[in-house]
Design a protein around this ligand. Structure first.
Ligand code: NCD
Length: 289
C-alpha cells in the first residue's frame, strides 16, 4: 500500500544516494494556480528523485494570466504527452474538472477548501511511524476547519484507517453538517483535547475569509491557540502537528511548535517528499502501463 511504499522512500531520502530511475523518461508538470512552498517543492523533489523530468508552472508566468481558461491550459499541456499533472487551484472541484480533460494522471495538490489528499497521506505516515498504528487513536483537528482542505482530507483518511476524529473550533469556523463526515464536534479546546493522541493544528486562513469569522487574533489565540496549558489536557505523549505554514502566536504558541519532544511539524515536511514519491510512482505505473 501507499504508506508502506512511502516508508521505503523515507530511508532512501536519508541516504546520500537519493536518485532512482523508476520514472526515467516520464514527464511531470506541477501546475500551481496558488502559492505554495512545501507542496510544490516536495512534488518537484519527489519527481526528480525518481528520475522524472519535472517542470514547474506558476500561474503568473503562464497564459492563464492572458485569459486562457483552465480547460484550455489542461488540453494544451495534455498535447505534450505528460505522464502526470500535479494541480493546485483556489476553486474547490477545479482539479477534478481538469482531470476529465486529460489522459495523464492528475494529482490534487489542493483544491480550494475541498481536499488535499497527499497532505492527509503524509500526516498518516508521520503518525504511523511515531505511534505504530492509526487505528484506535484519538485525533483532534483544531482551528480553521471551515476553510481547510487539509482537515477534510484528514477526516476521510483517518476515518478509513480506524482513528477517532474530533474537530475543535469556534462555531464560525466549523462547516455545518460536518458530523456527517464522522467526526465529533467541540467548541472548547480543553474538552476537545482531552485524552487525545494527536493534536493537529490548522492555519487561520484569512485569505479565504470574507467577513468576520474571529473577533480578533488575540482572542482567537486565547481560546483556541495551542499553548502548554491547553496541551495538558491531551495524553502526555500526544504529538503536535501542523501542515504549515504556521501563524505563530495565532493558532499555535511558538514554544509549543518548536518543542522537539512533542512537535513533529518538521517530520511532516520530510514525510511529504516520501509520500509524493509513492503517489507519483503508483499513478504513473497504472497510467503508463
Ligand atoms: C496547506 C494548504 O495549502 O492547504 N498547506 C500545505 O499544503 N502544507 C495548509 C494551509 O495553507 O494552511
Amino acid at each position: 500500500m501507499l504508506l508502506d511504499l512511502s516508508d521505503s522512500y523515507v530511508e532512501r531520502n536519508r541516504s546520500s544516494d537519493k536518485k532512482l530511475s523508476t520514472l526515467r523518461g516520464r514527464t511531470v508538470i506541477n501546475l500551481f494556480f496558488e502559492n505554495s512552498t512545501r507542496t510544490r517543492t516536495s512534488f518537484e523533489l519527489a519527481g526528480k528523485r525518481l528520475g522524472a523530468d519535472v517542470i514547474n508552472m506558476q500561474v503568473s508566468t503562464s497564459s492563464v494570466s492572458k485569459g486562457e481558461t483552465l480547460i484550455d491550459t489542461a488540453v494544451t499541456l495534455n498535447a505534450m504527452h505528460l505522464d502526470a499533472l500535479v494541480v493546485r487551484h483556489p476553486d474547490s472541484g477545479a482539479v477534478s474538472l481538469l482531470a476529465e480533460k486529460v489522459n495523464c494522471a492528475v494529482i490534487n495538490g489542493g483544491d480550494g477548501s475541498h481536499e488535499h489528499p497527499t497532505q492527509a497521506l503524509l500526516d498518516a505516515l508521520t503518525i504511523r511511524r511515531r505511534k505504530g498504528r492509526l487505528s484506535g487513536l484519538r485525533v483532534a483537528i483544531c482551528g480553521d476547519v471551515l476553510h481547510s482542505r487539509v482537515a477534510r482530507s484528514n477526516i476521510h483518511l483517518l476515518n478509513i484507517m480506524g482513528a477517532h476524529v474530533r474537530v475543535v473550533a469556534p462555531k464560525t469556523l466549523i462547516p455545518s453538517g460536518i458530523e456527517r463526515l464522522g467526526v465529533e464536534v467541540f467548541h472548547d479546546m480543553r474538552a476537545g483535547l482531552k485524552d487525545c493522541d494527536i493534536v493537529m493544528m490548522l492555519r487561520v486562513q484569512t485569505e479565504r475569509m470574507q467577513g468576520n469569522f474571529i473577533p480578533s487574533i488575540r482572542e482567537f489565540f486565547h481560546f483556541f491557540g495551542l499553548d502548554y496549558a491547553k496541551l495538558e489536557m491531551a495524553k502526555p505523549d500526544a504529538l503536535i502537528m501542523h501542515p504549515g505554514p504556521m501563524n505563530r502566536g495565532v493558532e499555535i504558541d511558538s514554544d509549543v511548535a518548536d518543542d522537539v519532544e512533542r512537535s513533529v511539524i518538521r517530520e511532516q515536511v520530510e514525510m511529504g517528499v516520501a509520500v509524493r514519491m509513492a503517489v507519483l510512482e503508483v499513478l504513473t505505473r497504472t497510467e503508463g502501463g
